[in-house]
Design a protein around this ligand. Sequence first.
Ligand SMILES: [Zn+2]
Length: 234
Amino acid sequence: MNQPDASLVEMLHYAQYLAEFIAIILVSGSLIGYLFYFGVIQVISGRSTRYRFRAKNEINVLWTASLGLVAAGAIFISAILIKDRDLTNALALSMKLILPLGFAFLVGSAINTYLRIYYPSILEDKLAKIRFKERKAPSGKAMRLLNEEEEDAYLTKEMIHEEELNHFDYDVWLDEDTKVTVIEKYVGNPNKLCPSCKFRTLRLESEEDEGKYTTQKYKCTYCGNKETETVEND
Ligand SMILES: [Zn+2]
């Protein structure tokens, strides 16, 4: 085996330390970023604010933190692979650099697919839990969430108009004893009105194109009611 020259060995040695250092920074950064996000969620007061914050940021935060961890993993693997410092075989050395890149690409793509395709419905369930969590009046009694038919009596004309345009969706919580209400404002959603519970929480679960018709399956995130609709294709 040829003896690689000393300066090259020293350079690789340095590169390895640097790689480990960067990997540790990336792991710490990702974890701190995620924990900070989680901490912010805990201290946000008001369920509609918390709802908006998570709806807007959660997927981006998870993706950024995952990217950091995947990059750290790839750099760490590189650092381990070049540890033996066998520089005599250029093919082996380049394989050692391609391997971590392949790893990063595969794991990164898998996480990206998960966050884009599967996670949105998981997030929507979490958001529904925030939005429909039991609300207590100062007396300690549970307030009642009014449905789309009942709530209009407590909304202004402008609010009703905004709901009709689907710009915003208002939730009205009523304390039956004192008639005190709490109104929460949400960004309008594409959900349909659920015929069972009368909330705008009927979510499209799947769509199947059957040539002449499309079958749409809906499920209500509030009461669990399931509906199927068949629409004619153009
Ligand atoms: Zn329902």
